[in-house]
Write a protein that binds this ligand. Sequence first.
Ligand code: PHE
Length: 381
Amino acid sequence: MKNIYKVSAIACFILSIGIIFTSCNKSGTDTINIGEYESLTGSEATFGQSSHNGLVLAVEEVNNSGGLLGKQINLITEDNQGKPSETQTVVQKLINRDKVVAIIGEVASSRSKAGAPICQAAKIPMITPASTNPEVTTIGDYIFRVCFIDPFQATVMSKFAINSMKVTKIALLIDQKNAYSTGLADNFRQVYTSMGGQIVEEQKYSAGDKDFKAQLTAIKATNPEAIFIPGYYTDVNLISIQAREIGLTCPLFGSDGWESEKLTEGKAKDALEGSFFSTHVSADDPSPKIQDYIKKYKSKYNKEPDAMSFLAYDAGMILFDAIKKANSTEGEKIKNELAKTKDFPGVTGIITINQQRNAVKPAVVLEIKDGKFVYKETIAP
Ligand code: PHE
């Protein structure tokens, strides 16, 4: 009898050690915390939502095939409501409270610029999937991106305007407090005029404005062949409708900030017919990688993916690859591996991170037809 007591006491002891051990594991040591900050709400909500969806696909894929360094990835997502001030709060929370080892975010350049200095100071690697303003990655050596930058995007739209559309007289309509918009306009002005194009008028607006008629009337008076609007979809939707209302019939040209299922909502579907914008990837691309991704995305989310989701998926995969190669979750080691990223087979193309921590990739121009985005051409770097 005594022996039985002894055996069961030992068994209880081993069992309780086991329970303590596994519950310790549950509270963090068997997971790798990755942070994400996005505009899940607010006037650029589709940017954040698409980006989040793409990143979740990447996390699930890696977790389902055994995880990273023998651990599962635990994605911690924060909504900054599309605000730079909220961005600083949530990035600090991810780093200080959640102890994330790396961060993915944001789509909009102004918010990446708000989050990046905090990541840099804490030596936490940050990858922006989609911010194209050149200054974002100049903030420091912990800040990376997996997309092209705006001087290139400006060249793409200048070449498209002049070579493909024979448009040599253009007006600019700029979101004056948005770093992405003003930066891209500066780049465009420079490239387009150096190629022989003429900027016949420049007007400004502020994100959230509802009435653009004064600016559009001033533009109309100069009789441009097209208007270049480097802005975000919520404003462009209204601008396009009001342009047609005052009798401006020329095509509108835009940039990646246009890409959203909400761009062509309501009357903008007709207003934007025959307009064009540059972006990162086209769903019409027959490449098997792109088509496989679209299939996966559709079966999980029951809708079409857009550029942000492709880019966030690639940002996640490149980060996980760097953590694997670093064989460590230390910020400095991950950063060193990210910097070495070369010929990574992303869904948005072959990705090499250059010395400035940017990706050099082609862009596509899409045409708006019947409210849909149809592939027009690819312009290589
Ligand atoms: N490039 C934009 C920016 O820097 C963000 C964006 C990327 C929006 C891709 C839509 C699609 O602000």
